[in-house]
Design a protein around this ligand. Structure first.
Ligand SMILES: Nc1ncnc2c1ncn2[C@@H]1O[C@H](COP(=O)(O)OP(=O)(O)OP(=O)(O)O)[C@@H](O)[C@H]1O
Length: 253
């Protein structure tokens, strides 16, 4: 461990002996932006924990702070105050190089728009990541995991929106990240296609055990989660655990 990394010694495992320390711990995290003279408080005193293998849905209306929170968790942005711990290491005290390594090794991102390279096939888009990752799964295996084993050589323009999003998910999980962060993954898709994409996210979480955070403004998606966190105006307005997870095919919106 490097000297600049601070160990979180306050994780209370005794509170629940069944539960291991969280993968991710957010402590009193706030983020504001200055727009000229006007201060916009995007996140206010957020404290949360996420455990290994958990599938969490972060709900909230537009502007409630979801993307800001996900970007900070993923090391794309930094908070104004508060701390983020990953396996007890304080990422908010990490150097740029350590944050880059964190993003590269530990985080898989899926965004609303798929960001595929149009001149590369599905397989080549995933290989871009597997070629630089430490311990990746073969790109073909990642594409089979998202049920696209029959589309390896298709270019993005030859794939539907849902299929392109599944390539993006394969690309995100091929490096075997510990955390899969999905920002409105079904936002650009119709109902049926969106459910197929959620099926794939659920399958990755179940089969590989990747801790998964899905942010959405669509409250119906909450049914597939182990835990639901709702944000309102930058604050947690509700946090609940689902007794059973619904399969995405059972969701209705
Ligand atoms: N770079 C920025 N500069 C100034 N204000 C910002 C910036 N990014 C976000 N905000 C503001 O912070 C608040 C939270 O934004 P955020 O994008 O996190 O919300 P969101 O819940 O993800 O919304 P959406 O569902 O519309 O994406 C909003 O008021 C937004 O306008």
């Amino acid at each position: 461990m490097k000297s600049s990394q601070v160990v979180d010694s306050s994780v209370d495992v005794s509170a629940n002996s069944q539960q291991r320390p969280p993968v991710l711990r957010i402590s009193d995290l706030s983020k504001f932006y200055m727009m000229g003279e006007v201060r916009v408080d995007a996140l206010k005193h957020i404290s949360l924990e996420f455990h290994a293998g958990e599938l969490a849905v972060l709900l909230g209306a537009s502007g409630s702070g979801k993307s800001t929170l996900l970007n900070i968790i993923g090391g794309l942005d930094v908070p104004s105050s508060g701390k983020l711990f990953f396996h007890g290491r304080e990422m908010t005290a990490a150097t740029e190089a350590e944050l880059t390594a964190y993003r590269r090794r530990s985080i898989g991102f899926v965004f609303q728009f798929y960001n595929l390279i149009s001149s590369l096939s599905a397989l080549e888009n995933v290989q871009l990541v597997t070629e630089i990752a430490d311990n990746p799964m073969p790109a073909e295996e990642a594409l089979r995991l998202v049920d696209l084993g029959h589309r390896l050589n298709h270019f993005p323009a030859q794939l539907s929106g849902g299929e392109q999003q599944r390539v993006a998910i394969a690309r995100a999980v091929a490096k075997r990240p510990e955390l899969l962060l999905c920002d409105e993954p079904t936002g650009a898709l119709d109902f049926q296609t969106g459910k197929l994409v959620l099926d794939v996210i659920e399958k990755v979480n179940r089969e590989i055990g990747t801790t998964t955070l899905v942010i959405t403004h669509n409250a119906s998606i909450a049914g597939m989660a182990d835990r639901v966190v709702r944000l309102r105006s930058g604050e947690i307005s509700e946090e609940r655990r689902n007794l059973t997870r619904l399969s995405p095919s059972e969701l209705v919106w």
